[in-house]
Write a protein that binds this ligand. Sequence first.
Ligand code: HEM
Ligand code: PLO
Length: 442
Amino acid sequence: MGSIKVVIVNHYVHAKEVLLKKGKIFAGRPRTVTTDILTRDGKDIAFGDYSPTWRFHRKLVHGALCMFGEGSVTIEKIICAEAQSLCSTMFDAAADGLSLDLSPELTRAVTNVICSLCFNSTYHRGDPEFEAMLYYSQGIVDTVAKDSLVDIFPWLQFFPNADLRRLKWCVFIRDQLLQKKYNEHKAHYSDHVQRDLLDALLRAKRSAENNNTAEISAESVGLSDDHLLMTVGDIFGAGVETTTTVLKWAVTYLMHYPEVQRRIQAELDSNIAGDRTPQLSDRGSLLYLEATIREVLRIRPVAPLLIPHVALSDTSLGDFTVRKGTRVIINLWSLHHDEKEWKNPEVFEPARFLNSEGTGLILPSPSYLPFGAGIRVCLGEALAKMELFLFLSWILQRFTLSVPPGDPLPSLDGKFGVVLQPARYKVHATPRSGWQRKGQAC
Ligand code: HEM
Ligand code: PLO
């Protein structure tokens, strides 16, 4: 591509060689015009090149996320509170006989979860800061890191370019928002309480500053203000756009396949008695729902080309020699739609992830890597899986989703940006029998 050597990997054996067997050799990331604008020249985790600073930040965030991790009551409570509020909005729309564009509602629910983890705050409906976030985030998703021409021919950045102008403007708005959160946190920081991820990052910075020696300064281990802001910007951005996108795809497919919806609802009704709400400990018994989530992640992977990897030294891949600096793009779309690995890959069939008796979850093919793998594997996998399970189980326990009368079924094509997003459409959410009254009560 232009003057850059690029290898595209289309088979899982080679993908696993890149990500797992030679994970450390292929752990680099390319510097590109658009990601440099987004991340102040790679001072983040996702687009930052492999370096001691990158390792340090990944470990720091991993530790902070584990604090809220699986089994912890807090994260489950946060997600359930958002699920409750989302369902209330859906009940209100149903009571007024309205169809709803679920996109902003799902985004706000998911944003509030990650906002609680990153900044210990949440947004109300119509909050102007939330509206600004919706606007800038879409602008970034549309213009960053999608192998646009300017990332292949960097000299194009010196010519007028509407996409680059839009990206810079959106990044400017995002940075103002991040800076505001950062200043508020600095002002109220205490060594004794850790409220959220930003506090965890500030604590690491303080402790590096206190141990400041000639060789180890906060700057040299990558704890500059820029690094902290870009790291929290990554988690916030990834936390919102990915999970929301999967939820939207799940709703899209459930509208196309009402029989799948009915089977999930039957499973919910038989495993969750009365008006008890679903919780994380139900994951072991709601296998068909888990299988549906796996199938959504297969058929419409959020990041169909992952994020490009780079060879950090001369190496090989399969029978080929690969030179240092070569970009490697893992074509996850190919892996997930490989006809030799998946029967009728274009058909949405959650049951392919269940054993023949329907009593256990299986992975029918090794050609499945929705979160990547190895040293660059997704940092938010556990959190995302909790959110997907809780939001979908709460919604489907209470509502049946369908196309508003007279509307066509939503498109399954998707719009390719840094994530693969479904088109917008309206949903008719009909309260299930017995849930109308309870929903209004909450
Ligand atoms: C990276 C998928 C949710 C944070 C990635 C990658 C994929 C992915 C495919 C790239 C791996 C690679 O380049 O090899 C997903 C999916 C999600 C999801 C399908 C939702 C269902 C999240 C959430 C967070 C997050 C909720 C944050 C809390 C990150 C970060 C990276 C990443 C920071 C960069 C890792 C690195 O480069 O070292 N994710 N992700 N993701 N994800 Fe996720
Ligand atoms: C989404 C728009 C935000 O405004 C900024 C942002 C930060 C991190 C990115 C995310 C965007 C898109 C999805 C990415 C994530 C890092 C990891 C994740 C690329 C651009 C995936 C799926 O790989």
